[in-house]
Design a protein. Sequence first.
Length: 582
Amino acid sequence: MSDDLIDFMDEEDSIQETETTVNKRLLKVLVVDDEEDMHSVTRLSLKGLSFDIFDISLIHAYSGHEAYQVLQEQADIAVILLDVVMESDFAGLDLVQKIREELHLEKLRIILRTGQPGNAPEVETIEKYNINDYRSKTELSREQLYACIMTALRSYDQLERLDNLAFKDALTQVYNRNGLIRLLDFFAPKDGFDYSLVIINIDQFSALNDNFGPLHGDNYLKILTDKLSAIHEITVLARLNSDQFAFLVQSHEKNIPPILDKIRQPLMVNTMKHEVQFGSGIALWNSKVTSTELIAHATIALKKAKQTGINQDVVFTDYMIKVLRERSQMLSSLQQDFQKNRLFMVYQPQLNLSTNTVIGAEALVRWQDASGHMVSPDVFIELAEQSGFIINLGEWILRKTFSDCKPLLDKYPDFRIGVNVSALQFLQSDFVNTVTKALKEQNIQGHNVNLEITESIGVLEFDDLTVRLKQLKELGISISIDDFGTGFSNLSYLENLHIDRLKIDKIFVSKLETQSGRSIIEMIINLGKNLKMNVLAEGVETERQQSLLLDMGCVESQGFLHSHPISLKQLEIWLHNRIAST
């Protein structure tokens, strides 16, 4: 494209004087015509006119080919005044097709001008080619030209504002998720040019917001956005949600760690220094991977990174898809077998070692799939929790346990049934009502129920937690912390929540005869004594373990030494024989 054929904005093409247009928005208008006279007439017609809140600058091209090159270089042109007949009879219409189908400039307003109106039928042309206005050069007066351009400018401005709302993040002004998806759909990697999509999730951002306030958090995000934008290797940047960013780099995975190291350099926010910690999921993009697959791959890798720990980076592999597919199939089978009543309850007795008496049993769910295979509860319970299916499953366990055990509790009124409750289940607003209703349905007393919750409830809001636990305690229900020592141990919570029992995880009991295992168990037992809580040891398998636990002051236990988890009928027989022998 020769410099003498295309004139970019100069002083004579600026329609308004600089001192009167400081606050106006400057928009570009491309004039495309093979006749120099039309360019001169356009300049003269528009000179001195005011375009409301806009200033315009004129850009000139003398053929469809040259105009196409301009539009490739300047995608922010607002309006094009386009001749139909130039280097060919349909050069203008050919350019319109390229504008819409190749360059995807949907916001660009097109005003078609022709000296030969019969060459292209007006209605059919506008409909087929997505043209915004169609005029004959001879009828287009100064006033009509002004009206056409003014209407087009306003239309372009409105479309751009809507586009920003739909595809830009309001806080940082980078792309949002919709914008990233749209851009990736248009952006296809070529052979030999591999890209990587990196999704990062800021660690502990909610804590930063809580500690310093949302305004400080917003400033943190803006400054982080500026840092990401300044890294020259990053070609596309988007903010996917409050604390999650995505960016595209033309780079192989081995070149990504230095980029991540740059991002992890501390930030200064309002004179305060912040460490930048995040998990990242990295997915390689080439011509064999669609944009939808790319985002899914990076998201899968990010989830793996977050599960691994703080400040972890994980690169997507095909094996992850295999694992995900297997887990999806297992979840589907679990849900189907749940509907077909292939899940059932078993019960493991709990004893008071000092009195050698049975104090209760823990209800445990089991799954035998259609092939007859017993699926490990460690696998399917975790799957149910991650998918949210644990809410339905947990309520079924509660009701099924109460229904099963009603005759047993009528016979042994002091017997206590332990039921496991997940943190997600406990979070449900109607959880206490669900428990209350289940008790009433079977006419079971609260003192016969012990709810076993995990330490992860310690991350809940303290006020909500205390209210919910208080309501359960008012029903007579006792509360145990299950698998104590393996999760989030918030001792200040324990001291104020009036928990009844700590359950020592079986992993510590298995290491009881090691110095480290013994020290941990002694610490838990002493903590229980100081907080006036009972302590129960899980996984007791040998007489030696039981003897050591007794010597250390732990008087409650369950494990294979006493009984494996057994059916309700077997439990009734076991209880009868146990009582008869004492």
